[in-house]
Design a protein around this ligand. Structure first.
Ligand code: ADP
Ligand code: X15
Length: 400
């Protein structure tokens, strides 16, 4: 695998694929980045290239727009934040269209001098980025590759996605892995090789269908799998409980039944949940047993008894990996489960990794010091798939 130290970038255009998919608060007049961890984590690679006289073109996705422009998901505020962190202006190439690598991008990139940096608009505004059709992806990858002479893959959080900017562009340009990818791999190798036992994995969050699939491969490797967040309701449904209007992957109930049979006592589910009458910070709420969720109500956090039980299991673990908040921590009434789990992990003195854009944001916005964890990873799904032992397309594309 080549690193950026192997590329002669001075005076050349380098396209960097970062993961700048940050959480945004859109309740005010202008969108506000609530946690800039992924932008900060992307700086070392970009700064190193700029210091060597490269002309850097930063690219990323943000959220999940549907292959067309959607102002809500513009990277413009992220370009501004990156500029602050780099201490130099970032020329933003967005023009409100889905033509991410078109005329406007060529103009902005063409005007870069050595040591200057530009950012393209959200890659997912173009249907070619995520298309399953290789021909459609190839056309977009051709346009992106035409902007640069080198490619650097640094989007660790997206290396599990076989998307144009992650796998097709490096096929077209001399390429290397960025600093963030190398740092993340160092830590994950340690976790996946010989984790010291007991090894506990905590799963939550909302990307349920993505992550349920990983459990089967992970199960034989762990001593305890604690399931909270939006993930737990498909398991509760598999036990025959009603889950009201909570997040549910109905077509995965049978998979969850199989996993429960296979995992036995290693799979730990919440015994109580915080339910709300609507998805809002000022909703009516109550704590109920996990088998007593009422019709029309939705589970938005694990309950206090579950939080204590999870904390106890985590207290006995020597290695911990955590991905996915235990509840909708962005709203105060549903943050206690996530806080409890974060504090329990931080109180331990084993090897602990928390991964994922929102999980890392939760840890920081709840005020848990970074020092409570051995590593805070920028990748949730990416880390999980790595730990599962899967071949990650974005790493394979870089020769890892
Ligand atoms: N019970 C729940 N119902 C709906 N959303 C939830 C629930 N628990 C957690 N979430 C949401 O999950 C999101 C994070 O999920 P995910 O993207 O899978 O995590 P990460 O980014 O850490 O990998 C958060 O925005 C949080 O509000
Ligand atoms: O936020 C991300 O993943 P994560 O929530 O698993 O950490 C990455 O930016 C990938 O985004 P995606 O899951 O929309 O492809």
């Amino acid at each position: 695998m080549r690193t950026i130290d192997d590329l002669q970038v001075a005076g050349h255009r380098v396209l960097v694929r970062s993961d700048l998919n940050v959480p945004l608060d859109r309740s005010g007049d202008a969108p506000r980045i609530t946690d800039d961890g992924r932008v900060r984590a992307s700086v070392p690679t970009i700064a190193a290239l700029l210091d060597r006289g490269a002309r850097v073109i930063v690219t990323s996705h943000l959220g999940r727009p549907k292959g067309e422009p959607d102002a809500k998901y513009s990277l413009e505020p992220v370009a501004a934040r990156l500029g602050e962190l780099l201490g130099r202006p970032v020329a933003f190439a967005g023009d409100g269209s889905g033509d991410i690598a078109g005329e406007r991008a060529r103009e902005v990139v063409g005007a870069l001098a050595d040591g200057e940096v530009a950012m393209l608009e959200n890659l997912r505004f173009n249907p070619g980025e995520t298309s399953k059709d290789a021909v459609v992806r190839a056309a977009f990858a051709d346009a992106l590759a035409a902007l640069a002479e080198f490619y650097v893959g640094d989007a660790f959080g997206a290396v599990h996605r076989a998307h144009a900017s992650v796998v097709d562009v490096p096929k077209r340009l001399p390429h290397a892995a960025g600093r963030l990818v190398l740092t993340e791999l160092d830590v994950l190798r340690r976790l996946s090789a010989t984790p010291e036992r007991p090894y506990a994995v905590v799963l939550g969050g909302s990307k349920v269908s993505d992550k349920l699939g990983v459990i089967r491969a992970l199960l034989p490797k762990v001593d305890a799998l604690l399931v909270g967040g939006g993930m737990c309701f498909t398991f509760l449904a598999a036990l025959g409980h009603g889950v009201g209007s909570s997040l549910l992957e109905a077509e995965m109930i049978d998979t969850c039944k199989e996993l429960l049979a296979e995992g036995g006592e290693r799979i730990v589910l919440p015994t109580d949940v915080v339910i709300a009458d609507r998805f809002a910070a000022d909703a009516a709420t109550k704590v109920v047993a996990a088998d007593a969720i009422e019709e029309g109500w939705l589970g938005l956090d694990i309950g206090p008894a579950s939080t204590r039980a999870f904390a106890e299991r985590l207290g006995g673990a020597v290695t911990v990996f955590w991905n996915g908040p235990m509840g909708v921590f962005e709203m105060a009434p549903f943050a206690a489960g996530t806080r409890g789990v974060a504090e329990a992990i931080a109180a331990g003195n084993g090897f602990s990794v928390v991964g994922g854009g929102d999980s890392a944001a939760a840890v920081r916005t709840l005020g848990i010091p970074d020092s409570g964890f051995s590593h805070i990873s920028t990748g949730g799904g990416a880390s999980l798939e790595y730990l599962e032992g899967a071949t990650l397309p974005g790493l394979a594309a870089l020769g890892v």
